[in-house]
Design a protein around this ligand. Structure first.
Ligand code: NAD
Length: 488
């Protein structure tokens, strides 16, 4: 089925969504542009502190009146399953709303992001009536329990790079665990999240449990994270914004937070690896969403004797990928989110070349409409090179070579980030040994990307984050625990 569509024929609506109703924006918004063709895309409304107050109050009231946290958990499971079903039924429209503003090609949204998000929502729903409180061993003259309870209203903030997936990661576990949510999507990609909230209402999730307020980080985001009625914060975005959120929370009152932040993930290829498999996985690891993924495998660290062969194979993959507007069903290669980001990528590449890097392929913006940057492979870099040090969030792969395993591990270790790592080898004992040694929240061996095993949590070591999304951990992170001791 050809999923292509005309972006100008799409009816976009600019509003907040609070208490199950669309709320018209007030005042000036933030101009949006379409990454695929650089055309204006309306203005994203900005919610001020008063509107965030209203959303939090509505959410608290909805929790009280619906009893969402106290109803028989199976009712939550059913409502969330209906929501996942509706997302699949409405996939073509939901995908268009995402595609028109973001970097996600329409076919990848339908086959990937929506299908996976619906599955993850069902996955989280199933915890609602299976995870809970415990009776714990205390003296025989007493009864000890740890009671598991929802937090109340969770404040969620998501980035622009995978808007549907990120909204699913936040809303799925928070709702399954019995909470209400006030969610702020990125000011660049608000449309799909708003529609997901409307679908939640249609699925029977009580009005006021899913509220979406639009706006930027410093105004709307800060009003959410600092709000006394927000019991827990769940954030995905850059390390800099994560640090600003920690500071704001510390200033306005202590509360738990989950932070999923940036990365600079290595992909290590040993001489005994299946080189064809490694070349394809390494290329996909950097080309997916044009490198605009937190887990982008942006640093290739390869055994000297196979480096040339691997570099050539990767360059072939880079040459083969088909760029195009996100609304074409044929597009494989994404645009970059903004003109500013294109300039930033180019600046890092140029500074790295000035510092000695060799550009083997790419190294410039593509000469076409919209914001596209050529898949880029830089060799001759060291640990001080800007392209090795900084999270670029673009399609730039650096290549460093090693002779000994120890040298490979030293290169893999990044001073700031520890989100993910890839390892390609046929030596099982090396794979196990290095999986333990790598300082990363996720290690993939002979593959590089997430699977549909939603039970595997994701999250960072070092400054790549605190806490986990996905897995049992994400559900538990949305519940608090109370100890009860009863003398008999
Ligand atoms: P960003 O940090 O600029 O923005 C993310 C979100 O935070 C947006 O909604 C933004 O409006 C909001 N925000 C910004 N400053 C804020 C503040 N002070 N208070 C509250 N909210 C604030 O990130 P981005 O450019 O949208 O996304 C790219 C970044 O996200 C990259 O660093 C990437 O690695 C990271 N990311 C991490 C993961 C993960 O799972 N670890 C997943 C996706 C993206």
């Amino acid at each position: 089925m050809d999923l292509s569509f005309d972006p100008n024929a799409l009816d976009l609506s600019y509003h907040h969504f609070i208490g199950g109703r669309r709320i018209a924006p007030e005042g000036r918004g933030l101009p949006m542009r379409r990454p695929s063709d650089d055309q204006a895309n309306g203005e994203c409304p900005v919610a001020g502190a008063a509107l965030v107050d209203e959303a939090v109050e509505v959410a608290q009231q909805a929790l009280r009146s619906s009893g969402w946290g106290e109803v028989r958990p199976r009712e939550r499971v059913r409502a969330l399953q209906r929501w996942a079903d509706l997302m699949e039924e409405e996939a073509p429209h939901l995908a268009r709303l995402e595609s028109v503003a973001s970097t996600r090609p329409i076919a990848q949204i339908v086959e990937g992001d929506i299908a996976v998000t619906a599955e993850q929502i069902r996955f989280f729903a199933e915890f609602a009536d299976k995870e809970g409180s415990d009776v714990v061993p205390t003296a025989g003259t007493s009864l000890g329990m740890t009671l598991s309870e929802p937090y109340g209203v969770v404040g969620a903030i998501t980035p622009w790079n995978f808007p549907i997936s990120m909204a699913g990661w936040k809303l799925g576990p928070a709702l399954a665990a019995g909470n209400a949510v006030v969610l702020k999507p990125s000011e660049m990609t608000p449309f799909s999240t708003l529609f997901m909230a409307e679908l939640a209402l249609r699925a029977g999730i009580p009005a006021g449990l899913v509220n979406v307020v639009l706006g930027d980080g410093p105004t709307t985001g800060a009003a959410i994270t600092g709000h006394p009625g927000i019991a827990k914060v769940s954030f995905t975005g850059s390390t800099a914004a994560g640090a600003a959120i920690m500071e704001n929370i510390a200033r306005t009152g202590v509360k738990p937070m989950t932070l999923e932040l940036g990365g600079k993930s290595p992909q290590l290829v040993f001489a005994d690896a299946d080189l064809e498999l490694a070349a394809s996985a390494v290329a996909r690891g950097i080309l997916s969403n044009a490198g605009q993924a937190c887990v982008a495998g942006s640093r290739l660290i390869v055994a000297e004797e196979v480096a040339e062969a691997l570099a050539e194979a990767i360059a072939r993959h880079m040459a083969d990928i088909r760029p195009g507007p996100t609304w074409s069903g044929l597009t494989q290669y994404s645009p970059i989110i903004s003109r500013r980001q294109i300039e930033r990528i180019d600046d890092i590449v140029r500074r790295s070349v000035a510092a000695g890097a060799q550009c083997r392929t790419g190294g410039a913006a593509l000469d076409r409409e919209g914001y596209f940057y050529a898949p880029t492979l830089l060799s001759g870099v060291d640990q001080a090179s800007p392209a090795v040090r900084e999270e670029i969030f673009g399609p730039v792969l650096t290549m460093q070579t090693f002779r000994e395993e120890e040298e490979a591990m030293a290169l893999a270790d990044h001073p700031t980030y520890g989100l993910a790592a890839g390892l390609f080898t046929r030596d099982l004992s090396r794979a196990l040994r290095l999986s333990r040694a790598l300082q990363a929240g996720t290690v993939w061996v002979n593959r590089y990307n997430r699977s549909r095993d939603h039970i595997l949590p994701t999250g960072g070591y070092k400054s790549s984050g605190i806490g986990k999304d996905l897995g049992r951990e994400a559900y538990r992170a949305n519940r608090k625990s109370k100890s009860v001791l009863i003398d008999l």
